[in-house]
Design a protein. Structure first.
Length: 212
């Protein structure tokens, strides 16, 4: 049985239809720290949703149930859930990108885990809680993350502990890793381009127009 795809596997390949030079694009800053949180949520939600769609087609293994599994898939979409978490717990670009990094790290160290419609929401609230507490100087109380995430305080505590145990308590990504994830997210998404690449897009459009 082949392993479930991770974010790394997906973001290294552009999505179908990407490369269309006549899609209206939004220019994003090269430094992720200055990226609008709303744009970053769109990029991350699109990628995670794609991963969910792929993994939901794979059969569930007998040993595949984890602490992160829900009995049924929550009705709230990935993007709406991410927006809720970001709005009410003040997730910044570094924290959001760290959550993307956690997907790959958890999948790598915990083969039984996969991002699916049954695990994605509980993973996201656990990852947001761990990232905020571990990487930010200012964060909310535990009960706030539980309320915003739609889980009980005790349940979130168990998810947080399970998460930390499965990633070997190593939650601090190297700065260049976050840069790579950010550039990868922008590079694979239709409608976005880094400001350093914007001129080449315009030039290519002009050349293609003249050749017609």
């Amino acid at each position: 049985m082949q392993p479930e795809p991770t974010l790394t596997h997906i973001h290294l390949s552009p999505p179908n239809g990407s490369g269309s030079s006549h899609v209206a694009v939004k220019i994003l800053p090269v430094n992720y720290e200055f990226c609008d949180v709303g744009d970053l949520i769109m990029l991350i939600a699109g990628l995670i949703s794609e991963l969910v769609q792929i993994n939901d087609q794979l059969p569930l293994r007998d040993s595949g149930l984890t602490r992160f599994h829900s009995r049924t898939a929550p009705r709230i979409s990935v993007i709406d859930y991410l927006q809720r978490l970001t709005t009410h717990t003040t997730l910044t670009p570094p924290l959001l990108l760290s959550m993307v990094y956690y997907v790959d790290r958890l999948c790598s160290l915990y083969p039984a885990f996969a991002i699916t419609s049954l695990t994605v929401h509980r993973f996201l609230i656990a990852a947001a809680t761990v990232a905020a507490k571990g990487l930010s100087d200012v964060f909310h109380c535990h009960a706030t993350y539980a309320r915003v995430g739609g889980v009980k305080v005790v349940e979130l505590s168990m998810l947080e502990l399970e998460f930390l145990y499965r990633v070997d308590w190593k939650i601090l990504p190297n700065p260049e890793v976050l840069v790579n994830y950010y550039h990868g997210l922008v590079g694979r998404a239709d409608g976005y381009v880094l400001e350093g690449d914007a001129l080449s897009v315009v030039e290519r459009n002009i050349i293609e127009t003249r050749e017609r």
